[in-house]
Design a protein around this ligand. Structure first.
Ligand SMILES: [Zn+2]
Length: 192
């Protein structure tokens, strides 16, 4: 029996994370490269696209982990743990993680990619309304700002295009006003 067939039998032919029954695929949990039943899960396309980061995370979709985190299969436990880690800033995933039990060996595997650390340390820039800013966005100033080290004042309503995010600090972005590259505090901008 192939790994895929074993997974189909193990799961009853449903997504092992969310129980959907369509578009099922075998997923080998990184960093493992060899498919085998201990390292693979059967997941649906909705789960897989989010696991692989091809689409934004749909937080509510992952409420399914409430059940699947209790799977007897270690591979499923590891995927549940990783997805909860990615979402832990939402609150409820953190509560589930606190309840979850993984053996030491499973936990070591779950942590093997270091992905959970990236997610926790990720710096998110938000504008005055809490809208997430990305590099390349355009923003408008919501108040007059003195430009440090010059006599220039950047006027409220000035558009700043193609911003850059400060990788160390969620409160700062950079952008050009006139000919000058300036640092701007995120709470004084609105995304266009
Ligand atoms: Zn699924």
């Amino acid at each position: 029996m192939s790994v895929l067939q074993t997974l189909q039998e193990r799961s009853g032919n449903i997504c092992e994370l969310c129980t959907a029954s369509n578009d099922l695929k075998q997923y080998t949990i990184p960093p493992s490269l060899n498919e085998n039943v201990a390292n693979d899960v059967l997941v649906c396309k909705t789960c897989l696209d989010q696991i692989e980061g091809d689409v934004d995370m749909d937080v509510n979709h992952w409420r399914c982990l409430n059940d699947s985190m209790w799977s007897e299969h270690v591979a499923v436990q590891i995927m549940a743990w990783r997805m909860l880690q990615r979402l832990r800033n939402e609150g409820w995933p953190k509560d589930l993680l606190d309840m979850m039990y993984l053996s030491d060996e499973a936990l070591a595997l779950a942590r093997a990619t270091g992905e959970h650390e990236d997610a926790a340390n990720k710096i998110i820039h938000r504008d005055v309304n809490g809208v997430i800013l990305s590099s390349g966005d355009s923003v408008v100033l919501v108040k007059d700002l003195k430009v440090k080290g010059s006599s220039m004042v950047a006027k409220q309503g000035t558009a700043v295009r193609n911003i850059r995010l400060d990788r160390e600090n969620a409160e700062y972005i950079e952008g050009k006003v006139g000919a000058q590259q300036i640092v701007i505090i995120t709470k004084y901008v609105k995304k266009l």
